[in-house]
Design a protein around this ligand. Structure first.
Ligand code: ZN
Length: 487
C-alpha cells in the first residue's frame, strides 16, 4: 500500500457519480474552494468512523436539506416534500448563517410557512431555528402572537429575544431541549428505517465499524432486532448519551441493561455527556475570550462535581466515559477531573470527543493514562474560514493531532456524521490542506487512525478505495458493496 497522504489528486468525481442525494452533492460543492483535491487509494481493515451519529445520519437523508441556503430570505425558495415532515412539523437540517448578512429569525420562516410548525437545525446540530407557529404549538405564543410565558434563562443555553421581548425563534444548546418535546416522536418502524438508511450511508462510504454517539431506548431495541435478524452489516461501538445532567440517570440505566446482553456486532462502550458547546456558535469553552465577542468564553454545561460524579459512576458500571469537549478550557477541566479520579485509584477509560482545541499541557497530562481522543479533521474544511477570527492566539492549539502523537496519546479519526459526511477522503483532504495553513502535520500514515484496533472483532472485514472512491466493502468475508452497485 502506498502512503495515504502522498497521492495527489488528478481528478475528482462529478456529483452525478455519487449517490443521488442533495446532502452529498452540496458537501462536495463546499469543498470546491480547495485546489489539488485529494484522492485516496488503499485498503483499510475494519474501516472505522470513531465519532458519528448513526440514526441521525439516516434521518437527515429524509429531511429538508438546508446546506445551500445563502441567505435567510432563500427559505421561501425551498422545495418541500412530504417526507421532510415529522408528523405536522417541517424538519430541516444543515443551515449555516456564518456568511449571511442577516441573522436567523422566525419572521423569515413565517413568510414561507405561516401555518406549519418549522424546526431547522444548524449545521453543527447545536442550534434550532423555529417559526412562530412552532412557538404557538409550544404554548409560548397566542394565536395573535402575544407572549404567553416568561422566557426562561437556560443554564448552558440561550434564547435571544427581540426588542419586543418575544423570542426570535433561535434556541442555542441546552435551550434546544425546550423545543424537542414538542416535535413529534419517531415510531419504532421509522427508527428502524433511519438505522437502515444510516447503515447504507456508512457502507457506501466504505465504513464497516462506527462508534455511535447517541442511543435512545427505542434505537437500542431496534438495533437488537437488526442484530438478531442478521441485517446488521456494521460493527457498532455504542455510546449512551445524556444531553443534559438530568438525562444522566436514564442513560446510565439503559447502559446498565445493555451491557448484560451478549452481542456480536454491537459493543456497549461508554456513557457520553456534554461539557461545552460548539465552536461555530461560540459555545465551546475556551481559556481566553472569543476574539469576536470579547467577554464570551463559551458554555460550561456541567459543574466539576457533576462531572466527577458521572465519570466515577460510569467507570464503576464498568463502562468508559466520553465527554464532548471542543474548547481548550473544556478539555483541561475534564482531564483534571479524570486525573483526580485516577489518582484516587478509580480505574476507567476517558474519551475526549472532538478535542478540536487542546493545549500541550493538557495533552501531556494524558500520557500513559487510559484515554482516547476522537478528532474530525474534516471539520477543519468548514471551520478554518473563521478559526483564527474566533480563537486568536489559541488557533495554534487547534486540530492537535501532531501534539497527541508527540505525547503518545491514542486518537482516532471520524466525521461526526451527519454534521460532516462520513468520508475518508475529506479527512485526508483536510490533513493535506490544513498543514499548508499552519496546522502541525500528522506524522506518518493517516489511514491507521481510520482502522478499528480490534482486528478480531468482525474479522475478515476490509474496504478497498481507489482514486477517492469506494471500490469494494467486505464484511465478515462477504462483499456487501461494490463500485458497480453504485451506478
Ligand atoms: Zn457528535
Amino acid at each position: 500500500m502506498e502512503p495515504a497522504l502522498e497521492r495527489e489528486a488528478t481528478r475528482r468525481p462529478d456529483a452525478e457519480e455519487l449517490e443521488d442525494d442533495n446532502l452529498l452533492k452540496l458537501s462536495i460543492i463546499a469543498l470546491e474552494n480547495f485546489q489539488g483535491f485529494f484522492m485516496y487509494s488503499g485498503r483499510i481493515s475494519n474501516c472505522y468512523d470513531s465519532h458519528s451519529h448513526l440514526l441521525a445520519t439516516g434521518e437527515v437523508q429524509m429531511r429538508l436539506n438546508l446546506r445551500g441556503l445563502k441567505d435567510p430570505d432563500q427559505v421561501s425558495e425551498l422545495i418541500v416534500r412530504d417526507h421532510h415532515k415529522k408528523g405536522s412539523w417541517l424538519v430541516g437540517f444543515g443551515y449555516d448563517e456564518s456568511s449571511w448578512n442577516q441573522k436567523p429569525h422566525r419572521r423569515f420562516l413565517d413568510q414561507a410557512f405561516p401555518k406549519t410548525p418549522v424546526v431547522f437545525s444548524r449545521c453543527d446540530g447545536h442550534v434550532y431555528w423555529v417559526n412562530t407557529q412552532a412557538l404557538r404549538e409550544m404554548g409560548w405564543l397566542s394565536a395573535e402572537g402575544q407572549l404567553k410565558v416568561t422566557v426562561p434563562s437556560v443554564v448552558g443555553g440561550e434564547i435571544p429575544v427581540g426588542i419586543d421581548g418575544v423570542p426570535t425563534g433561535v434556541f442555542v444548546d441546552a435551550a434546544k431541549l425546550l423545543v424537542e418535546p414538542h416535535i413529534p416522536k419517531d415510531t419504532a418502524s421509522e427508527t428502524k428505517g433511519y438505522l437502515m438508511a444510516g447503515m447504507r450511508v456508512f457502507r457506501e462510504n466504505g465504513f464497516t465499524h462506527v462508534r455511535d454517539m447517541s442511543c435512545s431506548e427505542m434505537q437500542w431495541n431496534e438495533l437488537l432486532k437488526l442484530e438478531a435478524s442478521g441485517l446488521l452489516t456494521l460493527a457498532i461501538e455504542q455510546t449512551f448519551s445524556a444531553e443534559t445532567p438530568e438525562q444522566f440517570e436514564e442513560a446510565l440505566d439503559l447502559a446498565r441493561r445493555a451491557i448484560k446482553v451478549p452481542l456480536k456486532k454491537i459493543r456497549p462502550q461508554a456513557i457520553k455527556v456534554y461539557y461545552d458547546g460548539a465552536l461555530g456558535s461560540e459555545g465551546a469553552l475556551l481559556s481566553q475570550p472569543y476574539q469576536t465577542s470579547k467577554d464570551t468564553y463559551g458554555l460550561q454545561l456541567l459543574t466539576q462535581n457533576q462531572l466527577l460524579e458521572f465519570m466515577r459512576r460510569s467507570w464503576e458500571l464498568p463502562l468508559d466515559f466520553a465527554v464532548h469537549t471542543i474548547g481548550d478550557r473544556a478539555a483541561d477541566d475534564v482531564v483534571n477531573v479524570a486525573v483526580e479520579l485516577w489518582e484516587q485509584g478509580v480505574k476507567g477509560c476517558l474519551h475526549l470527543e472532538h478535542a478540536e482545541v487542546m493545549r500541550p499541557e493538557t495533552i501531556q497530562k494524558l500520557k500513559g493514562r487510559k484515554s482516547v481522543c476522537h478528532l474530525q479533521p474534516c471539520h477543519w474544511l468548514t471551520d478554518h474560514i473563521w478559526l483564527k477570527q474566533k480563537l486568536g492566539a489559541l488557533t495554534q492549539y487547534a486540530f492537535p493531532w501532531a501534539t497527541l502523537q508527540e505525547w503518545e496519546v491514542p486518537f482516532y479519526f471520524g466525521s461526526d456524521s451527519p454534521i460532516s459526511r462520513p468520508s475518508i477522503n475529506d479527512n485526508f483532504e483536510a490533513l493535506a490542506q490544513s498543514q499548508k495553513q499552519g496546522i502541525a502535520p500528522l506524522k506518518g500514515r493517516g489511514d491507521i487512525y481510520h482502522s478499528h484496533p480490534d482486528h478480531d472483532w468482525v474479522s475478515n472485514t476490509f474496504t478497498v478505495f481507489q482514486d477517492g472512491l469506494v471500490k469494494e466493502v467486505v464484511f465478515e468475508g462477504t462483499p456487501i458493496y461494490q463500485q458497480s452497485d453504485h451506478s
